[in-house]
Design a protein around this ligand. Structure first.
Ligand code: URA
Ligand code: SF4
Length: 226
């Protein structure tokens, strides 16, 4: 629906066109006069991401990767940013690391199709899979914050150093961060290693399993209280 300003703009132009040309044309209302609506659905947020040019990562992306999953999930899983496979498909965690992550979730009764949402700190692939830079993270974070406000997860699982530091607000590396529960705006948050790190270093499997078991236990506790 157009705002009153844009209706008046149309009316004035139609009158002017009628006087000048004897016809009413359908002149486009300038973008700035259209009322900007607050995104109130995942689709709207995804639509804003699809046109986003707020940081340099927009330049080389094939597709944006806004995230996928259910509303009111038990767990929101947050990674770092899309890799090559995700960039091609426009979906989060669909490559090797993603398939491994799905196994982790399955082991504790979780799935992106029924009770999880999976997203990333940045929605466009950093070239050569480099770390997203602080200014890119800052530019993109409002989308994740809007998504979290909308989907209202019971728990957050951050995988890897970057999403764990950004959402917990703690500076330490993942090895020092993990093993405790933090909070993001009141939502309990458990950090663990990134699945691609665990694929490279199998000694990380044990701590990840400990983190997942603790996530399951704490989730059950929350569910029993409510
Ligand atoms: N790694 C991430 O951090 N996110 C993805 O979506 C895929 C791989
Ligand atoms: Fe926009 Fe985020 Fe993509 Fe940067 S990474 S262009 S802020 S959607």
């Amino acid at each position: 629906m157009g705002s009153i300003d844009s209706e008046i703009y149309k009316l004035i132009n139609n009158t002017q066109d009628y006087i000048q040309y004897g016809m009413i044309s359908d002149r486009k209302v300038p973008e700035m006069m259209l009322k900007k609506e607050e995104p109130d659905s995942l689709d709207k947020i995804a639509g804003q991401i699809a046109k986003c040019g707020k940081c340099r990562l927009c330049e080389k992306r094939k597709n944006v990767v806004p995230g996928m999953g259910v509303l009111n999930p038990d767990v929101l899983v947050v990674g770092e940013g899309p890799g090559a496979d995700e960039d091609v498909q426009g979906l989060p965690f669909v490559g090797k690391a993603g398939q491994y992550l799905d196994k982790w979730l399955d082991a504790i009764g979780l799935s992106r199709h029924t009770n999880c949402f999976i997203g990333n700190v940045v929605k466009c692939r950093p070239p050569m899979n480099r770390d997203p830079q602080p200014d890119e993270i800052e530019a993109c974070l409002p989308y994740l914050e809007q998504q979290i406000a909308l989907i209202k997860p019971k728990f957050i699982l951050t995988v890897g150093r970057i999403s764990s530091a950004v959402l917990s607000g703690q500076e330490a590396g993942i090895g020092r961060l993990r093993g405790r529960t933090y909070s993001f705006k009141g939502i309990p948050l458990i950090p663990t290693y990134h699945p691609s790190a665990v694929l490279r270093d199998p000694t990380l499997r044990k701590p990840v399993w400990d983190d997942l078991r603790r996530l399951k236990a704490e989730l059950e506790e929350i569910k029993n209280v409510h």
